[in-house]
Design a binder for this molecule. Structure first.
Ligand code: 9MR
Length: 504
């Protein structure tokens, strides 16, 4: 299972050499996709060559030589959580361990991810407090470490378990108010702890001229689907949050604690899901990666090393997937030691590399690229950047436009997120009083608007009258239920009026 550093280095360089020789020997030119540099022999160096960070979660007691050698980014596993550093008015306390970690990262040229501010768990003295107190804590935490923290998890785990797609029914989310009872929190007088916390964080970042990026982080949001091909409603709900509040949110964390739970498996549409978030213009990170070594109950079937390879490849293939963090160094020191989910065995600084380590290093050394079944990212040439200096308390997204309800068949609604020169449209298809087994949505784009990219749909046409039909996994919709697809375009979308037809 394990290999010494020397053996790993020799093998990696040899593999690259062999690949290059093969191509030249067969009369082909060496492709640009081959790594230009020699294969790196640490995770942090290999990741840096590929243009992303590879990090680890740790506590001060685990800061041994392996950490700074192998990892280019550090997340405090527990030491920046409110139950350690917040008092009941949102002031800071007990920041010693957090300072130790930030100092260590700075000394060793590692990025830091702050973890975490607004969370139902480990809230300590913040538990049950008001948005004003949360806002105070957000400001204090951001300002204490400033640009020494590259990314902050402002909101963590806001969505319920069991793939319901709902927000948690626990503080702080129970503070949300729908003042006029219209089913959303977008009106004057409404509050939404996610939006309001991000608005506060963005104000602090702007007021202080900070470069810190503001992230939302969650688990079981990694694939477009969960086991059995069911749509991942939790991922879709996170996507809606990021789309609606895009102007305050810079990055999305997929925790990626993969295990046998039907909602926590590695699905083949992981890359497509990373891509659709990236297409909103945010950075995507794999933030808490560990992979159960006993996946006998799920439908993946491959070993741990192959599963690690799959996850790393999915990130590498999306340009805006800019970092991967494993949730600990060695199995024995993990929060789920019995599942042996990490890259090293051993403990207390005396670590041995597992096959999963070698697989990750090898995959990182192959660099970025695209697989044929997953087209490259087509990011907006002019991504939304309209962050106001004084953000409004109302949401940034345009209100949905809709077709009239249809008794049977289906209806479609479009939500637009527009910026100068481009837009992202999210289309929700809802079955009427009977289930549908396929659907087709048509709409006419105004002149000058062109679709450049679409996901979760097949489309015909790029401008004028454009038709979108279901793909394999989202054609069947139960009565009253919905599926979503999206597309990105250049120009102005105007107001789109979709028509929906149920197909056989
Ligand atoms: O790994 C952390 C463990 O040491 C703590 O006891 C636990 C307490 O809730 O939190 C663990 O980290 C969690 C992280 O903060 C958020 N996502 C899930 C992680 C694993 O439970």
């Amino acid at each position: 299972m394990s290999s010494s550093p020397g053996r790993t280095r020799t093998r990696s360089r040899f593999a690259v050499l062999a690949a290059a020789t093969l191509l030249v020997g067969s009369g082909l030119t060496v492709q640009a996709s081959l790594p230009a540099a020699a294969a790196a022999d640490t995770l942090r160096a290999a990741a840096a060559q590929a243009g992303l960070f590879f990090g680890v979660a740790a506590s001060p007691g685990r800061l041994n030589a392996t950490v700074s050698r192998e990892f280019g980014q550090l997340t405090p596993e527990n030491d920046m959580k409110p139950d350690t550093i917040a008092n009941s008015s949102g002031g800071l306390q007990n920041t010693g361990n957090a300072d130790t970690l930030v100092n260590y990262a700075q000394t060793n040229n590692m990025l830091v991810r702050g973890h975490t501010m607004v969370w139902h768990s480990q809230a300590g003295a913040l538990q049950g407090q008001s948005q004003a107190v949360l806002n105070n804590f957000i400001g204090n935490a951001l300002n204490r470490w400033g640009n020494r923290i590259a990314y902050w998890d402002v909101v963590n785990e806001a969505l319920e378990d069991n793939n319901t797609g709902r927000r948690r029914n626990q503080w702080p989310h129970t503070m949300n108010r729908d003042a006029n009872g219209d089913g959303d929190t977008f009106d004057a007088g409404d509050t939404d702890v996610i939006r309001d916390s991000f608005i506060r964080a963005k104000q602090v970042v702007q007021a202080g001229g900070l470069t810190t990026k503001l992230c939302i982080n969650d688990y079981d949001v990694e694939g477009l689907t969960v086991q059995g091909g069911t749509p991942n409603r939790k991922a879709n709900a996170l996507y809606d949050i990021v789309r609606n509040y895009r102007q305050y949110i810079d990055c999305v964390g997929f925790q990626s604690h993969f295990n046998d739970n039907p909602n926590s498996i590695i699905t083949d549409d992981l890359q497509a899901n990373i891509q659709r978030f990236a297409d909103l213009g945010v950075e995507v990170h794999i933030t808490e990666l560990d992979i159960d070594d006993d996946l006998s109950n799920n439908d993946i079937g491959a070993g741990q090393a192959a599963n690690y390879r799959k996850v790393v490849r999915a990130c590498l293939n999306v340009a805006r997937c800019t970092g991967i963090t494993v949730w600990g160094i060695a199995d024995s020191e993990s929060w789920r030691a019995s599942e042996r989910g990490l890259l090293f065995t051993g403990g207390n600084g005396n670590y041995q590399k597992k096959a999963a380590y070698t697989a990750v290093l090898d995959e990182l050394n192959k660099g970025r690229g695209t697989s044929p079944s997953n087209p490259p990212s087509n990011p907006p040439s002019n991504p939304p950047s309209n962050e106001p200096s004084n953000p409004p308390s109302n949401p940034p997204s345009d209100p949905p436009t809709s077709t009239p309800p249809n008794p049977a068949g289906c209806t479609a609604t479009v939500s637009l997120n527009s910026w100068t020169g481009g837009f992202v449209a999210t289309v929700r298809v809802t079955a009427g009083s009977a289930p549908v087994s396929g659907w087709s949505v048509g709409m006419t784009l105004p002149s000058g608007a062109t679709v450049t990219n679409a996901w979760n749909t097949n489309r015909s046409g790029n401008s004028g009258a454009v038709q979108f039909t279901n793909v394999g996994h989202n054609g069947r919709i139960a009565a009253g239920q919905s599926a979503e697809f999206g597309f990105q375009g250049t120009g102005s979308a105007g107001s789109l009026t979709p028509t929906c037809t149920a197909t056989a």
